[in-house]
Design a binder for this molecule. Sequence first.
Ligand SMILES: *Cc1c(COP(=O)(O)O)cnc(C)c1O
Length: 402
Amino acid sequence: MSDFIGELLPPDRLMLTPGPSSIHPRIYRAMMSTMVGHLDPWFLNMMMNEVQVLLRQVFRTENRTTFPISSSGSGGIEASMLNPLEEGDEALICVNGAFSQRMAEIAERTPARITRVTAPYGRAVDPEDLRRAGKGKKIKVVGATHGESSTSVASPLDEYRKVADELGALLVVDCVSTLAGMPIDVDRQRIDICFSGSQKALSAPPGLSPITVSPAGEEAIRNRKTKVQSWYFDLTTTMNYWGKERTYHHTPAIPLLYAFREALRMVAEEGLEARWERHRSNQRAALAGLEAMGLKPFVENPAERMITVTAVQVPAGVDGKAVQQQLLDEFNIEIAGGFGPLKGKIWRVGLMGNTSQQRNVLLLLPTLEKVLTDQGFQVPAGAGVAAAIRSYSESRLAAAVK
Ligand SMILES: *Cc1c(COP(=O)(O)O)cnc(C)c1O
C-alpha cells in the first residue's frame, strides 16, 4: 500500500485569502481545451490577439506592450525592475510591507542605486517622504505597490504620479492583488509599468503575470546601454513573441492562457466598474460584520484600506493560528494570517474575483463567530451577520439613488 499513490483528490476549500481565489467552472473547462503548439497559426493569430485585446481592457490601456508573462506575480516584479534599471540609474521604492519589500530586494539585485522610502506596516508611504527622498537626485524609477496585501494597505498612486512627474521618473506599480478588483486606470493614471497576477482578483489559476508598458517605459528600456540581466524576463525579446513578429522566445503555458482568456472574458462580461462595485460592497459588508463582532481593522485610515483584502487584528489572548486551523478543519474555509513582523498579530480576509460574493461573506461571519466563541473570545451573538446585512441594504439603497 505504501508504494501506491492514489487518485488526486484535493479538499474542497473556500479560499478567503489574498490569493489564489476560487475558480469558476467555465475557467476549468477552458483550461481543458485541446492543446495546440505555441507557433500554431490559430494560436498566434487568434488566441494571443484575443488575450491581448481583453487584457488592455482590464488595464484600461492602449499600450502596445501588454501581455501575460509566464510566471507568478513575483515574475512581474522581476520584469518591471530588471528592465528599466541598469548601472548608473537611481530608483526610489516605496516599502510598507512584505511585497513592496520584495520589490526593493529585487531592485537591489540590479546595479542601480536604490533608496527605500518606508512607512510603518499598516500605513501607506507618505508622498511627501517620497518627494523629499528624490530631491536633487536624478531618479529613473519610482516603484510602489498598489495593494500591499501583507497589511491590506492601498497606496495613493495619483500622489506618487505627481512626485514621479516632478522627478522626471517612470512610475512602476505592483497591482498583483488589485487588478480587476479595485479601480486602476493605467492610461489615465499614467502608470509606466504595471503588472498583476492571474490568481488574485482575476480568479484564473496561478502562473501568469500580466504586464503593460507605456511608450515612455518602452523607450527607457530601448535606450539601455547594457543588456537586461535576465534572459527570461527581458521584455525586449519576450515582446518579439507577443509583438507583431510572433517569433519564438519560450513556450508559454498554453492551458493557463486558455484559462486566463476565459477569466478575462468574464471580467469583460461583468464590466469593470460593476466588478469594482461588487468588490466594494462585499468588502464593506465583511468589515462591518467583523467590526460588529469586536474585531478591529488593522489599517486605521479608511482611505488607505484595500478593497480586495481586509486585515483585522487578532484580539489579545486569542491564538490566531488556532482560529485559522479550526475554520479550515470544521468548515473548509481558509483565511490568512500575518507574516514577518505581523505573524500571529493579524488575520487577512481576501474577497477577490470569484470569491467576492455575498454568500461567502454571510458564511464567513457566523462560522468565524462559532470558532472565536470556541477559542474563548466572546462575540455578541449574530452581531456580525446583522451588521453585514445592514451594510448590504445600504449598498443597495445607494445604488438605487445613483
Ligand atoms: C501575491 C502578491 C505578489 C506575489 O505574487 P506571486 O504570484 O505569489 O508570485 C506580489 N505582490 C502583491 C501585492 C501580491 O499580493
